[in-house]
Design a protein around this ligand. Sequence first.
Ligand code: FAD
Ligand code: NAP
Length: 317
Amino acid sequence: MAETRTKMLIIGSGPAGLTAAIYAARAGMEPIVVQGMQPGGQLTITTDVENYPGFRDVIQGPWLMEEMQAQAEHVGTRMVWDQIVDIDLTRRPFRAVGDGGDVYLAETLVIATGAQAKWLGVPGEVELGGKGVSACATCDGFFYRGKKVVVIGGGNTAVEEALYLTNHSEDVTLIHRRDSLRAEKILIDRLHANPRISVLWNKAVETFVGGEGTAGLVGVDLVDTVSGEKSHIATDGAFVAIGHKPSTEIFAGKLPMDAGGYLIVEAGSPKTAVPGVFAAGDVADHIYRQAVTAAGMGCMAALDAERFLAEHGVVGA
Ligand code: FAD
Ligand code: NAP
C-alpha cells in the first residue's frame, strides 16, 4: 500500500474541491485531490447550466467540470482516483485511508465531499433524470417557463422549490404523501397564499411517465396513501424535493455536524472545529447548494489552509 505525504489533501472533486485545488496549487501547496466515486461531482449528472458566471451561452455540466479539472491540473494539482473510507483527525498530519488501503498524510485537509439529493426510487426517475425529472428548481426551473410542474415533498425545501417555481410557471402542484406539511409556518402561509400553487394531499408517486421517443416526462402516476386509489397528473416537469444527504459518514464522531449531518463550520468561514481541517461546498451548506457558492467556499478553504500552514511553519514549495 502506498503512503503519500502532502501539504494539502482535498477530498472531493466537485466545484468546491477543484476550486480549492486551483488556489492551493497556485500557492505552491502541491495539493492532492481525491476524486471519489463521482469525479466532477453533482454537475456531471446534469445537462444545461445557465447560472455559472462567465458564460454567455448555455454550457453543459460535465463540460464545466472537465474544464475545472483541467485548470486544476494545469496549475499543478495531482488528481487521484480513490475513495476515502477512513480518516484520523486526532493529530497532524491527518491520516486518510483510501478504499484500496493507500494512506494519505496531510498537513491540512479540505473536505469537499458534497451532498446528494434524495430520490424516490420509483420507475422512470432515473430514465427521465434531466428530461423532466430534477432535484433542483433553482438550476432547472427556468426550463419550465410557462409550463406545468409538480414538486414532491412536504418540508421546507419542497415548499421553497414550489414558491420559486411560480417565478416561471403559473401551474405548480405540490404533491405530498401526508395531509400536513412539515415546513415552517411562514413558508406554509406563503404557499397557501400563492394562487399559482395547488396541493395534492396524501399522494405518493408510483411512476414518472415518459412520452414517445425523446419526448421526456409527460406525467406522473400517483397512488392515494389513504384510500389506495390510483390517479395520474399530466406535467412537463417534476421536482423531487424530499431532502438532501451530505456525504459525511466518514466524519461521524470526528467533526461536529448538525441534525441533518452537515459539517458545522465557523460562521462566514470554512473552518471546522479541528484546526487545519476545512469544509467547503454542499457538505457544509444546506441553504444555497449552488456550484458558484461551492466554488467560493473552496477558494476560502484554500486561502485559510495556506495561512494555517504559514502560521505552523510549513510554507509553499
Ligand atoms: P459535489 O459536486 O457534490 O462533489 C462532491 C465530490 O466529493 C464528488 O467528486 C465525490 O466523488 C466526492 N466524494 C464524496 N465522498 C467522497 C469520499 N469519501 N472520498 C473521496 N471523494 C468523495 N448548481 C448550480 O449552480 N447550477 C446548476 O445549474 C446546477 N444544476 C444541478 C443539477 C443537478 C441535477 C444537481 C444534482 C445539482 C445541480 N446544482 C447546480 C448544484 C451543484 O451541482 C452543487 O451545488 C455543487 O456540485 C456542489 O459542489 P461540491 O463541490 O460541494 O460537491
Ligand atoms: P425534510 O425536512 O426532511 O423534509 C422532507 C420531506 O420529504 C418531508 O415532508 C417528507 O415527508 C418527504 N419525504 C421524504 N421521503 C419521502 C419519500 N420517499 N416519498 C415522499 N415524500 C418523502 O427535508 P428538507 O425539506 O430538504 O429540509 C432539510 C432541512 O433543511 C430541514 O432541517 C429544513 O428545515 C432545512 N431547510 C431550511 C430552509 C430554510 O430555513 N429556509 C430551507 C430548506 C431546508 P413526511 O413529512 O411525510 O416525512
